[in-house]
Design a protein. Structure first.
Length: 258
């Protein structure tokens, strides 16, 4: 079943076509890689998918918790539709603890009202207790429970990435968008990240799309790859097909590599 369909999607900034007439479809449970040189339009594409940018033309159709089209995409509502993302630059609350960072991720699913919170009604305490227990289980799965009272800024880089991903999962998404999750990681951390993403897909029954420059990670993790260059989708296919594609070689290595 297709969870995401893109029809002729474009985004222009003045005379610059950051994303140009992209059409593609992604099925439930896939791990998809988006690759391309810097400035190819990958992050702009993510920003369109999450409502941060409004398309110049084209259509986005999600079939997740509910069917959502382009006109419905609002950044402050995106988690309600079943979509979570991380960013290229880690965006944790550095002055808050690991546990508090994670609890923020649950906010969209809290089911008590303002009155319950103000007057501390039983529904407030029940929901808060259940949320804390769920956050504890999630930290345990990510091997971060022993760090729950530490400030986020004191975690090693790789664990900060793990916390950011855990926080994205707290919203219970159906689609997880990861923007360069391996950026700044050493080879061992990247290996652990690959295993983590595979486990997340299975454990949470997710569809995952990642932007990544680490070609070893992409080729060994993703089932299909979409290649962007100057805002255009120049190639797509399995890792084996993409590696042999002449336009991909040109985009990364130049014509002399052919």
């Amino acid at each position: 079943m297709s969870v995401l369909t893109i029809n002729n999607l474009s985004k222009n900034f003045g005379g610059i076509k950051a994303v140009n007439d992209i059409s593609l479809s992604i099925e439930h449970g896939e791990i998809i890689g988006l690759i391309g040189p810097n400035g190819a339009g990958k992050t702009t594409f993510f920003n369109l998918l999450t409502g941060l940018y409004t398309p110049s033309s084209g259509e986005i159709i999600y079939n997740l918790k509910k069917k959502v089209t382009t006109k419905d995409l609002k950044p402050h509502k995106i988690t309600h539709y079943g979509i979570s993302r991380t960013f290229q630059n880690i965006r944790l609350f550095n002055g808050m603890t690991v546990m508090d960072n994670l609890l923020i991720g649950f906010h969209s699913g809290l089911n008590y009202g303002i009155a319950s919170a103000i007057f501390r009604l039983p529904s407030y305490y029940k929901t808060e207790k259940e949320t804390y227990e769920e956050a504890t289980r999630l930290l345990e799965k990510f091997n971060l429970l022993d760090k729950k009272d530490e400030l986020a800024k004191n975690l090693p880089y790789g664990e900060q990435r793990k916390l950011e991903i855990a926080r994205a999962l707290a919203a219970k998404p159906k689609l997880l968008l990861l923007d360069e999750p391996a950026a700044g990681m050493n080879p061992q951390e990247t290996k652990e990240l690959k295993e983590l993403i595979e486990w997340i897909r299975k454990e949470f029954d997710l569809t995952i799309i990642l932007i990544e420059h680490d070609m070893s990670l992409v080729m060994n993790l993703c089932e299909r790859i979409f290649v962007f260059d100057y805002g255009n989708l120049v190639a797509s296919g399995t890792p084996e097909e993409v590696q042999k594609n002449e336009r991909v070689i040109k985009a990364y290595l130049g014509e002399e590599a052919l």
